[in-house]
Design a protein around this ligand. Structure first.
Ligand code: ATP
Length: 221
């Protein structure tokens, strides 16, 4: 099988920033499928404003239903307790054939707090990461690379080196950390929730089906 991307998040709600960037990663890395994996109980995000996991999953499923390369995964919804990425990655690695390339996809904001994740160092032994730059990180590329390099060496582990073509950080004994330029899309779930609370429209920021679902269920008001 060609590569697989694992894309976890709160998806509260899913928006066009998630969808477009995942599509670009999928094409850029020649992946066969990207699994969207909503967390049931996110360990990091406050629970104010958090829609029920089932609602977040449903919106996600509706948002991607017509894309055969995107899959909605409910593994974290079915697992008891908090949703830890390390458990999810172990699960997926165990179900695919050994030679299937698997990548963990994260935005740069999420990556830059990865040292708060459970067993985060083990992740770098298990799976290569693809880091997508988020628009809030608007600094020059050089500054962004320096920020990542410093963070990796101080908060993850020493020994990662930036490749000559600057496309990834490599380590003799660990998995690669790829950097991938996506179209900067300044949409966040926080922005969506704020707009709804203010009674404003979220049209063209989320898929129509998600907009309708939010309205029908009265979410985020
Ligand atoms: P919130 O505003 O509630 O914090 P969010 O928009 O960051 O939510 P999440 O569900 O927390 O969405 O994000 C899941 C993953 O998608 C994270 O790795 C995050 O960095 C990434 N991501 C979210 N929005 C974008 C975007 N516009 N561009 C690139 N990556 C994104």
């Amino acid at each position: 099988m060609n590569g697989i991307g694992l894309f976890g998040g709160t998806f509260n709600p899913i928006h066009l920033g998630h969808l477009r960037t995942a599509q670009e990663v999928k094409e850029g890395f020649g992946l066969e499928r990207v699994y969207f994996i909503p967390s049931a109980i996110p360990p990091h995000k406050g629970i104010a404003d958090l829609a029920k996991a089932q609602n977040r999953y449903q919106m996600l499923a509706e948002a991607i239903y017509d894309n055969p390369g995107f899959v909605a995964s409910d593994v974290e919804l079915k697992r008891e307790g908090r949703s830890y990425t390390i458990d999810t990655v172990s699960h997926f690695i165990s179900i695919f054939e050994k030679d299937t390339p698997c990548y963990l996809i994260v935005g740069s904001d999420a990556f830059l707090e990865i040292n708060t994740w459970k067993s985060y160092r083990d992740l770098f032994d298990m799976i290569p990461l693809i880091v997508m730059k988020r628009p809030a990180q608007t600094s020059r590329d050089e500054d962004f690379l320096n920020t990542l390099a410093r963070y990796i060496s101080e908060s993850v582990t020493r020994g990662y080196e930036l490749a000559e073509d600057k496309s990834c950080f490599l380590h003799a004994g660990k998995q690669a950390i790829y950097l991938f330029d996506v179209t900067p899309i300044d949409i966040s779930s926080t922005k969506i929730r704020n707009l709804i609370r203010q009674g404003a429209s979220v049209k063209y920021l989320v898929p129509d089906s998600v907009d309708k679902y939010i309205q029908t269920k009265g979410l985020y008001r």
